[in-house]
Design a protein around this ligand. Structure first.
Ligand code: ADP
Ligand code: MG
Length: 238
């Protein structure tokens, strides 16, 4: 696992500046959540870290390595998408092993890696099932399994639970918390849901119009909000 450092990071789309001088150090194994209202730049910042969006100015370090100009596949980070993007016609085993098989790894090695991921994610009993025969939580674990086999140094999530109903969201929140405990992985997680942020994060980054309004533990933000914007955002349920 690796730390991730943002140094005075900026993003422009044409004339519009959507990320403004963001400085942030994310520690190895930390669970950091980006929150803020729609359009404040959460996804853009996450996509810049993933390498899916070019960084206009500033630096992104993965561990000690300057990754600012690296393509996504060289960064060693795993982006977990909200739609899971599982192949419906493939078993869990084949879904999890797919990235390694496509990369041309020998069968035995693929099988070994899949078995290891299944053990970590408690998917052993589901390896022969199709995605449609899994719960939402299990599907999310399969999607994560597909990232784990590539030994990422960090996981990036963009609103992974936003399309789920309330009950499933609670279940998944618990699953993700457990996963973080098991993997002890660096995780960066975007949400506009205060409850998710307060319950999952080691630290919360509150974004306001592309700038960091405040960074702190859930408790720090709740007890000592830096300004009214943070107070309103953290304090009041939607
Ligand atoms: P959030 O995820 O917090 O809702 P986004 O990062 O998606 O916000 O968007 C931040 C701002 O950048 C918004 O004003 C959005 O319209 C703008 N934006 C995002 N992607 C693009 C793009 N590809 N081209 C131009 N503007 C964009
Ligand atoms: Mg977004």
């Amino acid at each position: 696992m690796a730390s991730i450092t943002l140094k005075n990071v900026e993003k422009w789309f044409g004339q519009a500046q959507v990320i403004k001088g963001v400085d942030l150090e994310i520690e190895e194994g930390e669970f950091v959540i980006f929150v803020g209202p729609s359009g404040c730049g959460k996804s853009t910042l996450l996509r810049m870290i993933a390498g899916l969006e070019e960084t206009s100015r500033g630096q992104i370090l993965v561990g000690d390595r300057d990754a600012t100009a690296e393509p996504p596949n060289k960064r060693g980070l795993a982006m977990v998408f909200q739609s899971y993007a599982l192949y419906p016609h493939m078993s869990v085993r084949d879904n999890v092993g797919f990235p390694l098989k496509s990369a041309g790894l020998p069968k035995e090695e693929v099988a070994e890696k899949v078995a290891e991921a299944a053990r970590v994610l408690k998917l052993d009993d589901y390896l022969d099932r199709r995605p449609k025969d899994l719960s939402g939580g299990q599907r999310q674990r399969v999607a994560i399994g597909r990232s784990i086999v590539r030994d990422p140094t960090a996981f990036l999530f963009d609103e992974p639970l936003s399309n789920l109903d309330a009950a499933l969201r609670v279940e998944m929140r618990y699953e993700i918390a457990k996963l973080h405990q098991t993997l002890k992985a660096t995780m960066i997680y975007v949400t506009h849901d205060q409850v998710e942020a307060m319950t999952l994060a080691d630290r919360i980054v509150v974004l306001e119009f592309g700038k960091i309004a405040q960074v702190g533990t859930p408790r720090e933000l709740y007890e000592k909000p830096a300004n009214l914007f943070v107070a309103q955002f953290i304090g009041s349920p939607r």
